[in-house]
Every structure is written in C-alpha cells, then in structure tokens.
Design a protein. Structure first.
Length: 740
C-alpha cells in the first residue's frame, strides 16, 4: 500500500489538550505563546485565552503533554494540564501568583517612598515639610531605586528578553525600555530620574495586582459551576454504605442523597420521592418533582426526602461536566472582535517604540535643542502610557462574563463566535416537534357514545388504561399519562395480545377490548357510529391523531381518544418577547399544512412553511440569509441538524437528540425557548460591552500618546494612567453581572 493510501486508510488520531498558563503579563504574551506552540511539530490548532490564562490545542497523537509544557517553558512561561476535577489546585497556583504580585508591589512601594518624598518636595505648597538633603544625593537615590529596578523588576527584564528572543515585543519591552532609560540616565546624567523608574514599576505592579484580582472575580460564575459538584458520595456496597470520592464513582453505583445535599453524578431514581432545585444548571426557578424512574443531574440539590439513585453518567460525562466543558471551550475560541484586537496588539508595540524614538529626536533637536532630559521624559512617558494590556483584555474579559451569565441561565455557547453572532439575529426559524411543542403526545379530547352512562364510561376508561399500561407505544403512554393526570384508579397492567399494524386486544370481566387503529375496530365487527366518525374527521383536519377503543360484551360501544403533541406553555410568551426585541419568528416543519397552521396560530406566528424535508429546511435557511437578515434555527431532532449547521446561529434544545446538540452553536439546557430572549439580550450586552472596552482601551492610548509626546504628561502619571486603563476595562466587563 502506498503512503498516500495508508494515510487515507489510517488517518492520524487527533488529541485535544487544555492547559493552564502562568506568567502572562499582557495580550501579546498570549500571542507569543500561540505562535510558539503553533510552530511545534504535530500541533494543528492553538487557541490562547488571556483572560482565562489557558490554552486549548489540537495535536497529532505524537505530541505529548511534556512537549507542550517544555515549549511553553522555552517561551518564558509555565503551563500545567487543566483538570476541572482539581480546580482548587489550579486556583491555588493563580492565588500564589497574585500573592507574589502583592508582595512585589508592597516592597516596591516601600523602597519608592523616600524617592516620592524627595520628588513632592519640589511642589511649592509642600515646602513647609522638612527636607533631608541626603535624599537628594545620587548614591542614596540609587540605593533605593536599584532593588526596585533589578530585583523586584527582574521579571520584566526576563519577559522582555524572551519576547525579543522570539522576535516579538510585549508590554514588558515598553516597561524595560522606559524604566531603564530613566534609571540609566540618572546614573550618568546631570538630572536624577530615579523616582520616575521606581514609581513606574510600582504603579505597574499595582495595576497588575488589581487586574488579576478582578479577572479572578470575572470567572466566579464558571467557578461556581465547578464547585457545585460535591467532593464525596454515600455509595451502597452489598449491605453496607461507604463514603467514596466523587471522581471514583462508577456507572451502576447506587448512591444515597439526603435532603439538602447535592447529587454527585447524573442518575435515575430507584427509591424515594422528593423534589430537586435545578436552577443552578437550567435557570428554572421552580423545584422539579422527583420520583422513581426520574433522572437527577449532577450539582443540583435534593429537596425534602432521601433518595436512592443509580449512577448513569459519571466523571466528564455528567451534565454538569459537559456544561463546564462547553463554557470553557467557548472561552477558548476567539470572537471576530478579538481577532481585530490581536492584530492591533501585534503591531502596536513596535509602532509605539518608533513613535517614542521619533519623539525623542524631535525634542532633542527641534523643540528643546540638546536638552536630553526633556527628550528623555517625553519618550519614556510615551512608552509607558502605550501599554496594550487593556486592549488585549477588552474582548476576552467581556466574553468571560457574558458566557458565565448565560451558563447560569442554562444557555451554553459552543464558541465565542456564537456569543457575538446571536447579537445580530433578526430572524429565528423554529422546528415544531419538541421545540414549539413538548415533543410528547397527550390526550386532548375523548369522543364517546352519548348514551354511555358516566359510571360505565369510568369503568371502561379504567380498563383501557390498565390495558395500555402493558404497551410501550407513545400513544399508549399518552393514554396512561392521561389516567395519572386525572387520578383514575386502575387495576395495574393487563395481559394483552398484539395485532400487527393495528393495536392490541384482550378480555376483561367477560368483555373484549380492541384498542388501536380504526381498521382494527372495523375488522373486529364493531360498528363505529356516525357521530364518532364525524368527530374524528374534524380531528384529522386539525392534526389530532385518533386512537379507537372498541368494546364487545356487557356493553357494546366505541370510544376515540384525540391525541396530539401539545404546544409548550411558554411558547406563545417566548414568541411575543422575541417580537418585542425586533426578532421575527418563523415555523419550519415537516408536518401537514393543517397541523402547521394550527400550531402557528396557537403561538401567534404568521409566517410558516410545512411538509418540509430536512434538506428543504436547510435550503430555506440559505435563501433567508443575507447581509441584512441574520438567521437562527431552533430545533431538537436529527432531521433539524442540516438546518442548524446552515444557519448563522444553530440553537439546540438540551432535551433533544445528540446529533442536534453536537451540531448547534448554542444549547438550551432545559429546552425552555424563553431562554432564547435571554440569549439574544446577553449577546447584545456582551458586544456592546466589548465595544465600550475598545473605546476605553484605545481612548487611553489615542489621547495619552499625543499628550505624552507634547511633554504635558510626566512618566509617573503615564504609569498610573496605564494601570487604570486595564482596571477600567475589567470593571466595565464585571458591570454586566449586575444587569437583569
């Protein structure tokens, strides 16, 4: 077999890695890691997220965890494998980094105080304060400035060196150039600028410290999801119970959860009745009743009674873990706005250095000829105020907060692109079954002989429900559910005989029961009355499916159950709210025109299309999409997958098929379509917030650089403004958490 054929028959396996990063100081650091890892042989895709301080990679099977860590180390940073189950360990590493920043800031502030005191003594309104002349000695100032510059500030030098070695330039290059120029000139020049370099480093450390604290708070929503999972579970082993760490639970384990405790994994209840608070995962505020056979979700809270359930999904397969992974994956992707920021950042530092050099020569030769101090001050001020850190944070920090808000409401974005895209949606196409409707057939009407007494009708109804208990057919289940909902007592399950293609038959108390299609009843010699046939004909026209029940014996009669997939109670409200925010709804369904028209009227949709195949839906979506029409598709079934993939934004019901869920850009965990309105609002809020952040970030630079170049901005003031710009961007993003 030739090599090409071999590759086709044995394609290389693709691995995925998510790793935590340590030591990044600005967005350019993220770009440097991204480029460095992209150059590693076998790496197919790299996405660094500066705000989350993490990297996502897709590689060939030859690439190992050690290869990635070594490559990151060679770039001047540190990395470790991300493990959601060991969140506390990762959190502790980041806390250690923030703690080190805090220590460096206070040490820098301590050594800077004498230099600051000497500087403020030049202000006339403070000349009443005592001024020790020794503080003006060059060697004394050097004594205080040197540990700040070369010990506390050593990480800046190391980062700048590694950036330049890798043929890139980051914020630390600007910091090192500016502070070293001020420090070096103070050693050999006429004037002293030790306080300039010292105060700059102090302000930068303060800004980084505050920024990292704020970044930690911005991911509280996601961290809260991670912490929902209890650390241990009470597991049955033969006739005894033992406490087992949650990460060691297996499928099939029987677990006991008492009132007020959290479910450690997903499972099915085997014994007990209670209710569960699922609001933390689904956004549903009301408690959900739980009984034998019902599913429970990891991280949700058991209400009143003790429950025994059998684990069905554990570890990374649980609903909670999939939510966490979806959120983290979406944060690892880059929105189009972020790509613009990355491009600006990659050119920004070299341009600023050139502006600084040009400004130095303009001042030295033209504005203030041969006075190096003024030229040096302006060039240093430009280098410092032009830090691109705020620009790098502008997009990811807003996406982080927006995604966290959405996750709390049971809305999962598969990518950052999706979060940005939903803000543009102005047309939403809905599938019918399982989307606008519940996806579960229900009895909506019963037609019977008018001569049948209420007592006989109840007896027959009880018998029919007992018979249908033995069937797994969805229409039979609908009749059984009707009995439960109306609290109709039955004898349990009755033995029956199946009639292929027709239904089932049996005998109870000397009477024969035939339940199923009209043909089964008629072939059994039972005559269906004109009234019943007329009623059924009306049902058929409006999309109601009939199930006949013919009885022979003590009582001879025929009943018909009208069954249909009922509209979700929240559907009409959701459609109304969508229109209120300028989004036009549409119905696309494979059902008959009469059924489509009926559902459309019930939810107040005026534009609908029926009898569509999956490819028809997809083609219709294509025909709607244009520069002015941004289309979303909402569906839950395999037949919706092509349309979900075609639309600008595909939205899947979390209660739907795996194919639909994996194809979609957004998942509504609980399947509540009212969350679509929340989704669009969160998307619009996030995009608006990103644009505001760009204004903040670029505004500081566009306004600050000319002011600094004109000599009106002291270098230490530039440092304070630069630090404040990053804090402003983070604070503006966090503001979204307080929006309703």
């Amino acid at each position: 077999m030739n090599s090409v054929a071999q590759k086709i028959s044995n394609p290389p396996k693709i691995q995925e890695f998510t790793m935590d990063l340590f030591g990044m100081t600005c967005a350019n650091c993220g770009l440097r890691i991204e480029k460095g890892l992209a150059n590693l042989e076998g790496v197919n895709e790299v996405r660094v997220n500066f705000a989350r301080e993490s990297v996502f990679l897709k590689t060939n099977e030859d690439v190992t965890e050690k290869d990635i860590i070594d490559q990151v180390n060679s770039l001047g940073y540190k990395a470790s494998m991300h493990n959601p189950n060991q969140f506390s360990e990762t959190e502790e590493k980041h806390k250690t980094y923030v703690r080190n920043l805090k220590i460096r800031f206070f040490l820098s502030a301590f050594f800077s105080l004498p230099l600051i005191y000497g500087m403020v003594m030049h202000f006339r309104f403070l000349n009443f304060l005592p001024m020790p002349h020794i503080l003006m000695e060059r060697w004394v100032q050097a004594l205080f400035a040197t540990p700040i510059q070369f010990v506390i500030g050593f990480p800046f030098y190391l980062s700048a060196y590694r950036a330049l070695r890798n043929k890139t330039a980051n914020m630390d290059v600007l910091v090192v150039l500016g502070t070293t120029a001020a420090y070096g000139y103070s050693l050999v020049g006429k004037d002293l600028y030790f306080e300039t370099s010292a105060i700059l480093i102090t302000f930068i450390l303060l800004g980084k410290w505050i920024e990292h604290i704020a970044k930690g708070k911005s991911s509280d929503g996601i961290n809260a999801l991670i912490k929902l999972r209890p650390e241990t579970a009470l597991v049955k082993h033969k006739d005894s119970w033992s406490v087992v760490p949650t990460e060691f639970l297996k499928v099939g384990d029987v677990i006991q959860v008492k009132a007020g405790e959290k479910f450690p994994v997903d499972g099915k209840i085997e014994d007990g009745e209670s209710f569960a608070d699922e609001s933390m995962l689904t956004g549903e505020s009301l408690p959900v009743d739980k009984k034998k056979g019902d599913m429970v979700l990891s991280g949700t809270i058991n209400g009143s009674g003790t429950l025994l359930f059998r684990a069905t999904r554990v570890g990374s397969q649980t609903t909670l873990s999939s939510i966490i992974k979806s959120v983290e994956d979406s944060l690892g992707t880059k929105a189009p706005l972020q790509r613009i920021a990355d491009q600006i950042s990659s050119y920004f530092v070299p341009v600023v250095v050139l502006i600084s050099i040009f400004d130095f020569f303009v001042w030295y030769f033209l504005i203030n000829p041969y006075i190096i101090t003024s030229a040096l001050e302006t060039s240093i001020a430009i280098l410092v105020i032009a830090c691109p850190c705020a620009l790098g944070l502008a997009t990811p920090i807003s996406l982080l907060v927006g995604t966290g808000r959405a996750a709390k409401k049971g809305i999962l974005f598969r990518s950052a692109d999706a979060l940005e895209s939903v803000a543009k949606v102005n047309l939403i196409a809905f599938d019918k079954t399982g989307t606008l409707t519940s996806g579960k057939p229900s009895v909506v009407d019963i037609a019977k002989d008018s001569q049948l007494s209420d007592e006989d009708f109840l007896t027959i109804l009880q018998n029919i429900i007992s018979i249908e208990n033995s069937s797994d057919h969805p229409l039979a289940k609908a009749i059984v559910s009707y009995g439960k909902d109306n609290k109709i007592q039955t004898a349990g399950t009755t033995l029956t005989t199946s009639v292929i293609g027709g239904g089932i038959k049996t005998s109870i108390d000397g009477s024969y029961y035939f339940i199923g299609k009209q043909s089964l009843i008629e072939s059994s010699g039972i005559v269906i009355g004109e009234f019943l046939l007329t009623t059924v004909s009306t049902w058929n026209k409006i999309g109601i499916t009939p199930v006949f029940a013919g009885i022979q014996g003590k009582i001879n009669t025929v009943l018909a159950f009208g069954i249909e997939d009922t509209v979700r109670p929240e559907a009409k409200t959701a459609i109304k709210e969508l229109r209120s925010i300028g989004v036009e709804p549409m119905l696309l369904t494979g059902d008959t025109p009469s059924t489509a028209e009926k559902i459309a009227k019930q939810v107040d949709i005026t534009n609908f299309h029926s009898s569509l195949l999956p490819t028809d839906k997809s083609n219709m979506i294509k025909s709607f999409m244009s520069s002015t029409v941004y289309t979303a598709m909402v569906g839950d079934g395999i037949n919706d997958a092509p349309a979900l993939a075609t639309a600008n934004v595909g939205i899947a019901m979390g209660t739907g098929s795996d194919v639909a869920i994996h194809t979609a850009d957004v998942i509504l965990v609980k399947g509540d379509i009212r969350r679509i309105v929340d989704m669009i609002r969160i998307g619009k809020d996030t995009v608006t917030n990103i644009r505001q952040n760009f204004i903040w970030a670029l505004g500081y630079n566009l306004i600050g650089i000319p002011i600094a170049a004109s000599g009106l901005l002291a270098p230490w003031v530039s440092g304070a403004a630069m630090a404040f710009s990053s804090v402003s961007v983070v604070a503006n993003a966090l503001r979204m958490n307080f929006k309703k």
